[in-house]
Design a protein around this ligand. Structure first.
Ligand code: ADX
Length: 176
């Protein structure tokens, strides 16, 4: 076991795809294995570190760079960092990958259809009627990662199955 090694587990995917749910399962699993863990969740970061930012490309990129920066500081101190923000733009994700050495990108893939069916926060309904503008997947772009370390398919798997896949990859990469 590699208890001292920090890393950034970077989730990307649509709103409602399951990023937060899987991150909580992983947090428990990593704590059990003796890791120090921090979750940087999009919604929470926007309440604190990124309060006042909106959803233009420019604001999203600022938000993502902030998360990437905090993740870097934590990871280099041995923390297993899990980030759970949509992070829709490939270029800024790749920028973070270059800045943060120990970087594991997880594509939390879920069909738009399924996200709309779930509509956990009721935001897709508002996006589809135009009440919310620039909503990722509906009226704003989402750029899939081209070479993520892990892809989980949350419209086909349970959150536990997705979490197990990620743990397996972390073991393969010698982070656990
Ligand atoms: S990101 O694009 O900058 O990575 P982030 O993950 O922080 O997004 O925030 C996304 C969350 O904000 C969504 O899960 C949803 O709850 C909320 N939200 C509000 N407006 C939008 C929008 N226009 N597009 C996407 N998410 C939105």
């Amino acid at each position: 076991m590699n208890q001292e090694k920090g890393f950034t587990l970077w989730f990307t995917g649509l709103s409602g795809a399951g990023k937060s749910t899987i991150s909580k399962i992983l947090e428990d699993e990593l704590l059990k294995r003796g890791k120090k863990v921090e979750i940087l969740d999009g919604d929470e970061v926007r309440e604190n570190l990124s309060k006042g930012l909106g959803f233009s490309k420019e604001d999203r990129d600022i938000n993502i760079k902030r998360i990437g920066y905090v993740a870097k500081l934590l990871a280099r101190n041995g923390v297993a960092v899990i980030t759970a923000a949509i992070s829709p733009y490939r270029q800024v994700r790749d920028h973070i990958r270059n800045e943060n050495k120990e970087f594991v990108e997880v594509y939390v893939n879920c069909s738009l259809y399924q996200c709309i069916q779930r509509d956990v926060k009721g935001l897709y309904k508002k996006a589809l009627t135009g009440e919310i503008k620039q909503f990722t997947g509906v009226s704003d772009p989402y750029e899939e990662p081209l070479n993520p370390e892990v892809v989980v398919e949350t419209h086909l798997e349970t959150p536990q199955q997705s979490a197990a896949k990620i743990i397996e990859k972390l073991e393969q990469l010698n982070y656990l």
